[in-house]
Write a protein that binds this ligand. Sequence first.
Ligand code: SF4
Length: 344
Amino acid sequence: MMNKEALFGKTLEELKGVVKELKFPGFVAKQLVDWLYKKKVGSFDDMLNISKKNREVLKARFEVGLSTYSNVQESIDGTKKYLFKTVSDQYIEAAYIPSENRKTLCVSSQVGCKMGCLFCMTGKQGFQKNLTAGEILNQMVSINEKDELTNLVYMGMGEPMDNIDEVLKSLEIITSEWGFAWSPRRVNVSTIGVIPAMRRFIEESDCHLAISMHAALNEQRKELMPIENVYSIENVVNVLREYDFGRQRRISFEYIMFSGVNDSKMHAEALVKLINGLKARVNLIKFHPIPNSPLKGCSDEVMEKFKQILENKGVTTTVRKSRGEDIYAACGLLSTKKLVETSK
Ligand code: SF4
């Protein structure tokens, strides 16, 4: 049986189009966004101010489009990994990361990923499909902690800029007054530097941007991240220099530290030189070894030393705490390969 088209994930403009096509009064579009994004109901029967007749018409053509998670695992540190089944019977994961003053959800934007970064389990899974805006947002509204979330990061499975249309649509719904009405400052979207889509993101949204750098030197980054052959990190940084991000909007560089690969004084100095003059911060991330990879993580001491070099040159630097490693919810560990294989 064919799945019906989902309404959850459509923008106000798109819902106006649906209402017009169904010959409903124009105000029904506003009623629909209220039910979908303010009250977040899962059934047309709950949309009480829409006439019963119109609800039946909606039911015949559409589904609301919310779905619950399939599984949840909890780490000893309180991190939770949620598993969701998409409409095409493939699986994605979202990681809920609570800390003292933040409750962050890390969402996926694709099933798998085609970018092939050497250190990433999702990359090893290959690309299966782009998520719709509704599937991205469903991760936010269907977890147990949905009412506690303070922050959202697009750093789960997939490269958000490789699915830019649906990612921008989901951001419009999250940050619009008619949608979830979140401040864009609560949302951070990561990219490895797909320049054309990154430009659209910078120009069409106000959310924070995190660049996955991981190496400042061209030849070395090529070995870790094939994207360097197409969009070099130098060009990515030069594009960032063209924009005024204002005082509120944050640019950060994510830098996973690999023992003996990108962790020396020379590497730290190359990083400083590359981002010189840019108002940005650097997050140093501990690497979690993945199966069949020669890469290893650095010790805390090495990371601290690297941080000191950056800080001494005036670069605001944070060493990120590792979260959810025991349940494979940590950075670069999200993968649903086994599930994808068994669901075929
Ligand atoms: Fe894709 Fe990001 Fe993994 Fe690279 S690090 S393969 S872009 S999910």
